[in-house]
Design a protein around this ligand. Structure first.
Ligand code: FEO
Length: 397
C-alpha cells in the first residue's frame, strides 16, 4: 500500500528512506539517515527520474507500481550515475525491456561501464526537451555537481527543477516530504554537511550551474536527497551561493585540535576563551580524534574563523589532524581567517605544516602562530589569548 505523494497532478514522489546505512560513500556518517529521492511522471508517457540505491529496489518499485499499475515505463531519466541513484537501473531494464534510458553523452558510456547496458539509450543534448504529454522535460548539464555527467531537468508546465544532487541533504524524510511540511531549520545542518562533504570541492562548477539555471522560474526544487523545496527556494539558492564561494553564513570560529596528553588541548581552550571574551558567541571547539571530519568540515563552511592545533607526532602532524587537513586541501576550502597552535617535545613540525596549509589555501593569518615546547607556560598562554582576540576582531570586522 502506498498513498501517493503528489508534486503535481501527474508528478509523484517515489523516493525511499535509508536508516540502516552507517556511512554515505562508506565515509560520511549518516546519523540521521538519508533519503534516495526518485520521481515518477505518469502522463501520456510514463517517466521515472532516477532510481534508488539497489538494496532499496523492492520498496521503491512497489511505490512506482502502486501508481502506474501495469502501465509500461517509457523513459528512465538518468540525471546522475552515482550508484545511490543509478543502482536499480539494471534490474529495472530487466523488468521493462522496452524502456528508453535517457542520459547525456557522458552518461551513456557510464551506463555501459557500470551495468553492461548498450541498447535502448537516448542521448539528450543541452537544452533538448522530451515531451511526455502535458509535461515537458528540458535537460541542462551541470558538470561536477557532482560528477562529470551530472545533469538536471526542468518541467516547464509545473516549473519544477529536478536538481539531482544539487540542493540535496542528508537526513531521512520522516513523514514530511516538502520543506513546508517539516522544520526546515532542522535540515539546514544536514544540507550544509551534505553540500560541504559531497559537493564542497566543486564551488566553481556550482557557481556556473547557479548562473546557468538562474533564469528559470522555479516553483519547486526536487533534489535527489532530502526535502523537496517549495517554500524556501530563495533561501536555498542563497545558501548554495554562499557555500560555493566559501562565504560564511554567520560570525563564528571553529577551533579544531589534536592532542595526545592535553597540552595542545589546553592551548585550544585558552584561545577559545579569548575568542568568546572578545564577543564571538559561535565558538565550536573540536577534538579531531573524537568528532568525525564530516561535522568539522560542515562548521568550517559555516564560519569564517578557523584555528587549527596539533602536536608534532614523529616529525609530522598528529595523524587525525592530518586526515582533516588533507580533506580541506583536497576540497580547496578558500576564503578563511586562520590561526595555528601546536606543541612538541623534542622538535616542532606541526605548526610549520599547519601554516603551510593556510598558505596553500590562501587563508589570511590573523596572528603569529603559537608553538609550545612541553606544557603550556605563561608566555605562550598570553600568545594564545592574543591569537583568540585577533581572531575575534577579524571575524567581527
Ligand atoms: Fe547522491 Fe553524487 O550522488
Amino acid at each position: 500500500m502506498y498513498n501517493p505523494v503528489n508534486l503535481s497532478e501527474q508528478i509523484f514522489y517515489v523516493g525511499v528512506n535509508d536508516r540502516r546505512t552507517h556511512l554515505f560513500e562508506n565515509m560520511w556518517p549518516l546519523d540521521r539517515g538519508v533519503a534516495y529521492n526518485s520521481y515518477l511522471i505518469a502522463d501520456e508517457k510514463v517517466a521515472i527520474i532516477d532510481t534508488v540505491e539497489a538494496g532499496h529496489f523492492e520498496k521503491w518499485i512497489a511505490k512506482v507500481r502502486s501508481i502506474i499499475q501495469d502501465r509500461p515505463i517509457d523513459y528512465l531519466i538518468v540525471n546522475h550515475m552515482e550508484p545511490d541513484h543509478s543502482g536499480a537501473i539494471r534490474i529495472l531494464t530487466e523488468l521493462y525491456p522496452n524502456m528508453k534510458i535517457v542520459g547525456n553523452k557522458k552518461t551513456i558510456p557510464m551506463i555501459e561501464g557500470y551495468y553492461g547496458i548498450t541498447t535502448n539509450m537516448e542521448t539528450v543534448a543541452e537544452g533538448e526537451t522530451i515531451e511526455l504529454g502535458k509535461n515537458k522535460l528540458t535537460f541542462y548539464t551541470v558538470p561536477m555537481v557532482h560528477w562529470p555527467e551530472s545533469m538536471v531537468c526542468f518541467e516547464e508546465t509545473n516549473n519544477i527543477l529536478f536538481s539531482s544532487d544539487a540542493f540535496g541533504s542528508f537526513g531521512t524524510l520522516d513523514g514530511g516530504i516538502f520543506d513546508d511540511e517539516l522544520n526546515f531549520d532542522y535540515f539546514i545542518d544536514e544540507m550544509r554537511r551534505y553540500y560541504s562533504n559531497i559537493v564542497g570541492k566543486y564551488g566553481s562548477p556550482v557557481q556556473k550551474a547557479l548562473s546557468k539555471l538562474g533564469d528559470l522560474s522555479l516553483k519547486m526544487i526536487a533534489p535527489s536527497h532530502g526535502p523537496i523545496i517549495r517554500e524556501n527556494i530563495g533561501k536555498m539558492i542563497e545558501l548554495y551561493d554562499k557555500w560555493s564561494q566559501y562565504e560564511a553564513e554567520e560570525e563564528g570560529v571553529v577551533i579544531a585540535y589534536a592532542s595526545m596528553y592535553g597540552n595542545t588541548e589546553e592551548m585550544a581552550e585558552v584561545t577559545a576563551r579569548a575568542v568568546a571574551e572578545n564577543g564571538i558567541k559561535n565558538v565550536r571547539v573540536y577534538d579531531v580524534s573524537k568528532t568525525h571530519p564530516s561535522f568539522i568540515i560542515s562548521d568550517i563552511f559555516r564560519f569564517k574563523g578557523l584555528i587549527l592545533g596539533s602536536p608534532t607526532y614523529s616529525n609530522e602532524l598528529h595523524p587525525n589532524m592530518e586526515a582533516l587537513t588533507n580533506k580541506l586541501s583536497h576540497m580547496g576550502v578558500a576564503n578563511h581567517y586562520y590561526g595555528v597552535l601546536g606543541s612538541f617535545t623534542w622538535a616542532g613540525a606541526a605548526v610549520k605544516k599547519l601554516k603551510a596549509l593556510g598558505e596553500e589555501l590562501k587563508w589570511e593569518e590573523v596572528a603569529e602562530s603559537v608553538e609550545e615546547k612541553h606544557a603550556l607556560k605563561e608566555g605562550n598562554y598570553e600568545a594564545c589569548v592574543q591569537l583568540g582576540k585577533a581572531m575575534a576582531e577579524k571575524v567581527r570586522s
